[in-house]
Design a binder for this molecule. Structure first.
Ligand SMILES: [Cu+2]
Length: 244
Protein backbone atom coordinates (compact mmCIF):
# COMPACT_ATOMS: atom_id res chain seq x y z
CA UNK A 1 0.00 0.00 0.00
CA UNK A 2 2.76 2.42 1.05
CA UNK A 3 4.50 1.97 -2.31
CA UNK A 4 1.37 2.70 -4.30
CA UNK A 5 0.74 5.91 -2.38
CA UNK A 6 4.24 7.32 -3.08
CA UNK A 7 4.03 6.67 -6.79
CA UNK A 8 0.91 8.82 -6.86
CA UNK A 9 2.14 11.57 -4.53
CA UNK A 10 5.51 12.24 -6.14
CA UNK A 11 4.14 13.12 -9.60
CA UNK A 12 1.51 15.35 -7.97
CA UNK A 13 4.19 17.13 -5.94
CA UNK A 14 6.39 17.61 -9.03
CA UNK A 15 3.43 18.92 -11.00
CA UNK A 16 2.63 21.61 -8.41
CA UNK A 17 6.29 22.51 -7.88
CA UNK A 18 6.80 22.75 -11.65
CA UNK A 19 4.02 25.34 -11.96
CA UNK A 20 5.51 27.45 -9.14
CA UNK A 21 8.99 27.56 -10.67
CA UNK A 22 7.51 28.55 -14.06
CA UNK A 23 5.76 31.49 -12.38
CA UNK A 24 9.03 32.58 -10.80
CA UNK A 25 10.71 32.87 -14.21
CA UNK A 26 8.22 35.51 -15.40
CA UNK A 27 9.46 38.43 -17.49
CA UNK A 28 10.25 41.66 -15.62
CA UNK A 29 10.84 45.17 -16.98
CA UNK A 30 14.38 46.38 -16.32
CA UNK A 31 14.53 49.41 -14.05
CA UNK A 32 15.79 52.46 -15.92
CA UNK A 33 15.37 50.69 -19.28
CA UNK A 34 17.90 48.78 -21.37
CA UNK A 35 21.23 50.59 -21.79
CA UNK A 36 23.09 50.11 -25.06
CA UNK A 37 20.99 47.19 -26.22
CA UNK A 38 21.58 45.25 -29.42
CA UNK A 39 19.36 44.52 -32.41
CA UNK A 40 18.63 41.23 -34.12
CA UNK A 41 17.24 41.65 -37.61
CA UNK A 42 16.99 39.64 -40.76
CA UNK A 43 14.74 37.79 -43.13
CA UNK A 44 12.84 34.52 -43.16
CA UNK A 45 12.92 32.77 -46.54
CA UNK A 46 11.27 29.64 -47.87
CA UNK A 47 13.79 27.08 -49.03
CA UNK A 48 12.56 25.97 -52.45
CA UNK A 49 9.64 27.07 -54.58
CA UNK A 50 6.40 28.01 -52.90
CA UNK A 51 3.47 25.84 -53.99
CA UNK A 52 0.40 27.64 -55.35
CA UNK A 53 -1.88 28.80 -52.53
CA UNK A 54 -4.65 26.41 -51.53
CA UNK A 55 -8.04 27.73 -52.64
CA UNK A 56 -10.67 28.01 -49.93
CA UNK A 57 -14.14 26.95 -51.07
CA UNK A 58 -16.76 29.43 -49.90
CA UNK A 59 -19.94 27.35 -49.69
CA UNK A 60 -21.95 29.25 -47.06
CA UNK A 61 -23.37 32.82 -47.03
CA UNK A 62 -21.65 33.50 -50.36
CA UNK A 63 -23.40 36.85 -50.80
CA UNK A 64 -22.05 38.28 -47.54
CA UNK A 65 -18.74 36.44 -47.56
CA UNK A 66 -17.64 36.72 -51.18
CA UNK A 67 -16.28 33.99 -53.42
CA UNK A 68 -13.53 31.40 -53.28
CA UNK A 69 -10.15 32.78 -52.26
CA UNK A 70 -6.54 31.73 -51.66
CA UNK A 71 -5.68 30.58 -48.15
CA UNK A 72 -3.37 32.80 -46.06
CA UNK A 73 -1.71 29.87 -44.32
CA UNK A 74 1.54 30.36 -46.29
CA UNK A 75 2.26 33.80 -47.75
CA UNK A 76 5.49 33.88 -49.75
CA UNK A 77 6.56 36.82 -51.93
CA UNK A 78 8.42 36.59 -55.26
CA UNK A 79 11.80 36.55 -53.55
CA UNK A 80 10.81 33.82 -51.11
CA UNK A 81 10.16 36.03 -48.07
CA UNK A 82 7.56 34.55 -45.71
CA UNK A 83 4.97 36.76 -44.03
CA UNK A 84 3.49 36.12 -40.57
CA UNK A 85 6.43 34.24 -39.08
CA UNK A 86 6.70 35.04 -35.37
CA UNK A 87 10.21 35.40 -33.93
CA UNK A 88 10.74 35.61 -30.22
CA UNK A 89 13.41 35.67 -27.57
CA UNK A 90 11.79 34.09 -24.52
CA UNK A 91 14.76 33.09 -22.34
CA UNK A 92 15.27 36.64 -21.19
CA UNK A 93 14.35 37.47 -17.59
CA UNK A 94 14.34 41.24 -17.78
CA UNK A 95 14.57 43.94 -20.43
CA UNK A 96 12.63 46.66 -22.20
CA UNK A 97 9.10 47.81 -21.45
CA UNK A 98 6.21 46.20 -23.31
CA UNK A 99 5.77 48.24 -26.49
CA UNK A 100 2.62 46.32 -27.49
CA UNK A 101 -0.83 47.97 -27.76
CA UNK A 102 -2.91 48.09 -24.58
CA UNK A 103 -5.99 47.11 -26.56
CA UNK A 104 -6.29 44.88 -29.59
CA UNK A 105 -8.86 44.72 -32.38
CA UNK A 106 -9.53 41.51 -34.26
CA UNK A 107 -12.00 41.76 -37.10
CA UNK A 108 -14.16 39.35 -39.08
CA UNK A 109 -14.46 40.79 -42.55
CA UNK A 110 -15.83 39.04 -45.65
CA UNK A 111 -15.82 35.93 -43.46
CA UNK A 112 -12.08 36.06 -42.87
CA UNK A 113 -10.09 36.98 -39.76
CA UNK A 114 -8.16 40.26 -39.91
CA UNK A 115 -5.28 40.16 -39.17
CA UNK A 116 -4.64 36.53 -40.02
CA UNK A 117 -1.99 36.33 -37.27
CA UNK A 118 -2.55 38.60 -34.28
CA UNK A 119 0.39 39.36 -31.99
CA UNK A 120 -0.57 40.44 -28.46
CA UNK A 121 0.69 40.49 -24.89
CA UNK A 122 -0.80 38.38 -22.11
CA UNK A 123 -3.75 39.72 -20.06
CA UNK A 124 -4.44 42.46 -22.61
CA UNK A 125 -8.01 43.52 -23.32
CA UNK A 126 -9.51 43.92 -26.77
CA UNK A 127 -12.42 43.53 -29.13
CA UNK A 128 -13.46 40.88 -31.63
CA UNK A 129 -15.52 42.68 -34.28
CA UNK A 130 -17.97 41.38 -36.81
CA UNK A 131 -17.98 43.70 -39.82
CA UNK A 132 -20.09 41.28 -41.85
CA UNK A 133 -23.79 41.11 -42.65
CA UNK A 134 -23.94 37.57 -41.26
CA UNK A 135 -23.31 36.19 -37.79
CA UNK A 136 -20.15 34.32 -36.86
CA UNK A 137 -19.57 31.72 -34.19
CA UNK A 138 -16.22 32.78 -32.80
CA UNK A 139 -14.42 29.79 -31.32
CA UNK A 140 -10.89 29.64 -29.92
CA UNK A 141 -8.79 26.58 -29.17
CA UNK A 142 -5.75 26.72 -26.86
CA UNK A 143 -4.04 24.94 -24.01
CA UNK A 144 -5.72 26.88 -21.20
CA UNK A 145 -4.79 30.32 -22.55
CA UNK A 146 -8.14 31.64 -23.74
CA UNK A 147 -10.97 29.39 -24.78
CA UNK A 148 -14.28 30.82 -25.90
CA UNK A 149 -17.14 29.70 -28.12
CA UNK A 150 -19.58 32.50 -28.78
CA UNK A 151 -21.95 33.77 -31.44
CA UNK A 152 -21.25 37.33 -32.57
CA UNK A 153 -24.17 38.82 -34.50
CA UNK A 154 -23.84 40.78 -37.75
CA UNK A 155 -22.29 44.19 -37.01
CA UNK A 156 -21.80 43.36 -33.31
CA UNK A 157 -18.61 43.09 -31.29
CA UNK A 158 -17.41 41.09 -28.34
CA UNK A 159 -15.19 42.50 -25.63
CA UNK A 160 -12.30 40.42 -24.33
CA UNK A 161 -11.84 41.66 -20.80
CA UNK A 162 -8.47 42.27 -19.16
CA UNK A 163 -6.82 39.13 -17.73
CA UNK A 164 -8.95 36.76 -19.83
CA UNK A 165 -5.91 35.89 -21.96
CA UNK A 166 -4.16 34.13 -19.14
CA UNK A 167 -0.65 33.44 -20.41
CA UNK A 168 1.73 33.27 -23.35
CA UNK A 169 1.23 30.74 -26.12
CA UNK A 170 -0.65 30.08 -29.33
CA UNK A 171 -4.43 30.31 -29.73
CA UNK A 172 -6.21 29.03 -32.81
CA UNK A 173 -9.33 30.91 -33.92
CA UNK A 174 -12.11 29.46 -36.04
CA UNK A 175 -15.75 29.96 -36.89
CA UNK A 176 -18.18 27.07 -36.52
CA UNK A 177 -20.49 28.45 -39.21
CA UNK A 178 -17.86 29.11 -41.90
CA UNK A 179 -15.43 26.20 -41.86
CA UNK A 180 -12.76 27.97 -43.96
CA UNK A 181 -12.30 30.75 -41.38
CA UNK A 182 -9.00 30.18 -39.59
CA UNK A 183 -6.75 32.55 -37.70
CA UNK A 184 -4.10 32.67 -35.00
CA UNK A 185 -3.38 34.68 -31.89
CA UNK A 186 0.22 34.58 -30.75
CA UNK A 187 0.45 35.69 -27.12
CA UNK A 188 4.02 36.85 -26.55
CA UNK A 189 5.99 35.78 -23.49
CA UNK A 190 8.32 38.80 -23.69
CA UNK A 191 8.24 42.09 -25.64
CA UNK A 192 11.10 40.65 -27.73
CA UNK A 193 8.53 39.11 -30.05
CA UNK A 194 7.87 40.27 -33.61
CA UNK A 195 6.11 39.17 -36.78
CA UNK A 196 7.60 39.22 -40.28
CA UNK A 197 6.20 41.59 -42.91
CA UNK A 198 5.38 40.87 -46.59
CA UNK A 199 9.09 40.54 -47.42
CA UNK A 200 9.75 38.18 -44.53
CA UNK A 201 11.89 40.77 -42.75
CA UNK A 202 11.95 41.39 -39.02
CA UNK A 203 13.79 43.39 -36.39
CA UNK A 204 13.97 42.90 -32.61
CA UNK A 205 15.45 45.93 -30.84
CA UNK A 206 16.73 46.95 -27.41
CA UNK A 207 18.01 43.54 -26.36
CA UNK A 208 20.45 43.41 -23.42
CA UNK A 209 23.76 41.87 -24.58
CA UNK A 210 23.86 38.11 -24.11
CA UNK A 211 23.32 34.73 -25.72
CA UNK A 212 19.72 33.70 -26.28
CA UNK A 213 17.54 31.25 -28.13
CA UNK A 214 15.65 32.78 -31.02
CA UNK A 215 12.35 30.96 -31.47
CA UNK A 216 10.71 30.75 -34.88
CA UNK A 217 7.00 29.93 -35.25
CA UNK A 218 4.88 29.59 -38.34
CA UNK A 219 1.39 28.09 -38.52
CA UNK A 220 2.27 25.81 -41.43
CA UNK A 221 6.06 25.44 -41.21
CA UNK A 222 6.15 24.69 -37.52
CA UNK A 223 8.49 25.68 -34.71
CA UNK A 224 12.27 25.77 -34.44
CA UNK A 225 14.94 27.65 -32.56
CA UNK A 226 18.52 28.76 -32.94
CA UNK A 227 21.14 30.37 -30.79
CA UNK A 228 21.83 34.08 -31.21
CA UNK A 229 24.59 36.21 -29.70
CA UNK A 230 23.55 39.81 -29.06
CA UNK A 231 26.29 42.40 -28.66
CA UNK A 232 25.81 45.80 -27.04
CA UNK A 233 24.92 48.54 -29.53
CA UNK A 234 25.34 46.29 -32.56
CA UNK A 235 22.89 44.91 -35.13
CA UNK A 236 23.23 41.17 -35.65
CA UNK A 237 21.89 40.01 -39.01
CA UNK A 238 20.25 36.62 -39.18
CA UNK A 239 18.80 34.93 -42.24
CA UNK A 240 16.54 31.99 -41.59
CA UNK A 241 15.37 29.51 -44.16
CA UNK A 242 12.37 27.27 -43.53
CA UNK A 243 11.22 24.20 -45.42
CA UNK A 244 7.81 22.88 -46.22
CU1 LIG B 1 -18.18 32.82 -39.58
Amino acid sequence: MQKVRWTILIPIYLFIFGINSAEAAKYAVMEGGVKNGGIVSGQVILNGTAPPARILKIDEDVEACGGDRPSKELLVNKKGGIKNVVLSIEDIQSGKKWDFPNEFVYDQKKCAFVPHVLLIKPKVQGFVLNSDKVGHNFHTVSKGIYNINRKIKAGAKMKVKKNKIRKAGVIRAKCDIHSWMKGWWFVAKTPYTVRTDEDGTFSIANIPAGTYKLKVWHEKLGESEQSVVVKAGITTKINISLEL
